[in-house]
Design a protein around this ligand. Structure first.
Ligand code: TGC
Ligand code: FAD
Length: 390
């Protein structure tokens, strides 16, 4: 089977990519098409995360692509990371979630804020998938407003005692470690590495999701968990630390959403050319052409947006508000395209024969996690006006 890249590239955006970028995109695409596409619908229908993909994700370099090689990463640039997220999410947002949580929410904070000992202890094993991590920021009563978190720890000799809970945590049911954000006795937020097996630490799974069904989601419960002080990330405290991690993951999601949109566009275009009604392919009808033309327009705009954002990130110049704009725009763009594509396929669009309905349900999470659509609008509003409307 030929898995080569067939996506829309209406503005020759490939000219902006290096040979290395194209190679990385191609190898990720081939892997996702060969190893994920054939099984993903079944996993989603059953509500199961395909754990055997962990080692394969590591092999294609999807865990910490931009983390330095010294710590087990691939030392790639931000556009390479984005293209990988695009190609994985083209197949399923849940599998992209697994990769982006491991890279941007677990490896990134350990790399940026960890001690050298923590980096050497955890990063190489996270890169190879020998251990998996999760990221605990959201709490039952504090989602969009994480600064109100109540999870807390108190000093006790060489350890701290951690109490509280987190919910909606991707990968928590099987994670070996959790990067957890909690307040110290002075109400200052810190990141702690909590390890499976520490007494009082449990990770119950959240069942019956209609979205991201092939990704495992759960809680993190801390009941007087004794965590060594050596597991606290020393490099940065305050809400800015987890928000920096979110910036990295949100950037990756801006690319991932393009992958979903491309897959839906390709499926809808092919179907409309083959499906004959009233004696002609439906692609010959103006209303269907309008949908396809608008899809291509929006995908092209999103591609340019994420590419330029990647350039800015490579130069360490991307601002949080720029990242919010791209995450918000591209996920919304993909959500609109997926709905139009579903309509082009008529009744067939609701079946598991095609990826469209699964993508549609997945995007209901993607538009909410990593900052909701409205929160990103408020971040932009704040940037433009200087007035915080949260
Ligand atoms: P605010 O007062 O604005 O800021 C607090 C401190 O943080 C600094 N800061 C940032 N630093 C780095 N990067 C950023 N993006 C930053 N944004 C703000 C800020 O300068 C300040 O520093 P300092 O030194 O003055 O203390 O904070 P706020 O409480 O008003 O909240 C701001 C708001 C609403 C934007 C923020 O809370 C937010 O983004 N809320 C959304 C929460 C969210 O996105 N949660 C995501 C959870 S993780 C997840 O969903 C993973 S899903 C992954 C997957 O499966 O793929
Ligand atoms: P709320 O904050 O209660 O928001 C509800 C509604 O109110 C939203 O529409 C929101 O936009 C709106 N709203 C909130 N505040 C304002 C305001 N000031 N003005 C106007 N409107 C407002 N979190 C993690 O920490 N780690 C993870 O790995 C993780 N994975 C996730 C996986 C899935 C499948 C899902 C669904 C969520 C995950 N999350 C994770 C949590 C996610 O980040 C939160 O769901 C998200 O931040 C929103 O929080 P909330 O669900 O509590 O909604």
């Amino acid at each position: 089977m030929d898995y080569s890249f067939t996506s829309p590239d209406f503005y020759q955006i490939d000219d902006l990519l290096s040979d290395e970028h194209k190679l990385i995109r191609e190898s990720t695409r081939q892997w996702a098409s060969k190893s994920v596409s054939p099984i993903i619908e079944d996993c989603a229908q059953k509500g199961e995360f395909p754990k055997h993909l962990i080692k394969e994700l590591a092999k294609v370099g999807a865990f910490g692509p931009y983390i330095p090689e010294k710590y087990g990463g691939a030392g790639l640039d931000q556009i390479s990371y984005g293209l990988m997220m695009q190609e994985i999410e083209r197949v399923d947002s849940g599998i992209r979630s697994t990769a982006s949580v491991q890279s941007s929410l677990v490896m990134y904070p350990i790399w940026k804020f960890g001690s050298e000992e923590q980096k050497l202890r955890f990063l190489p094993k996270l890169a190879t998938g020998d251990i998996m991590g999760c990221f605990g920021l959201t709490e039952p009563d504090h989602g969009s407003n994480p600064s109100g978190m109540v999870s807390n720890f108190k000093s006790d000799g060489d350890d701290v005692i951690l109490n509280g809970s987190k919910m909606w945590i991707s990968n928590s049911p099987f994670a070996d470690i959790a990067v957890v954000w909690a307040k110290d006795e002075n109400k200052r937020i810190h990141g702690l590495i909590v390890e499976r097996g520490m007494g009082g630490f449990t990770t119950p799974e959240t069942h019956n999701k209609w979205s991201l069904r092939a990704s495992a989601t759960g809680e993190l419960i801390f009941d007087n968990v004794r965590v060594p002080k050596t597991n606290i990330l020393p490099g940065k405290s305050g809400l800015g630390a987890p928000l920096m991690c979110l910036d990295s993951a949100r950037y990756g999601i801006s690319w991932g959403a393009i992958g979903v949109a491309m897959d839906c566009y390709n499926t809808a275009l092919k179907y409309s050319l083959e499906r004959v009604q009233f004696g002609k392919p439906i692609a010959a009808k103006q209303l269907q052409q309008k949908k396809l033309a608008e899809m291509l327009t929006e995908i092209t705009k999103a591609q340019l947006l994420s590419w330029k954002l990647g350039k800015l990130k490579n130069e360490d110049k991307a601002t949080s508000a720029q990242i919010s704009l791209a995450k918000r725009n591209n996920v919304d763009m993909a959500a609109k395209i997926v709905r139009e594509a579903r309509q082009i396929l008529g009744g067939m669009g609701i079946t598991g024969e095609f990826s469209i309905m699964r993508h549609m349900m997945n995007l209901e999470s993607v538009i909410t996690y990593e900052g909701t659509h409205d929160i990103h609008l408020l971040i932009l509003g704040n940037e433009i006006t200087g007035h915080n409307a949260f």
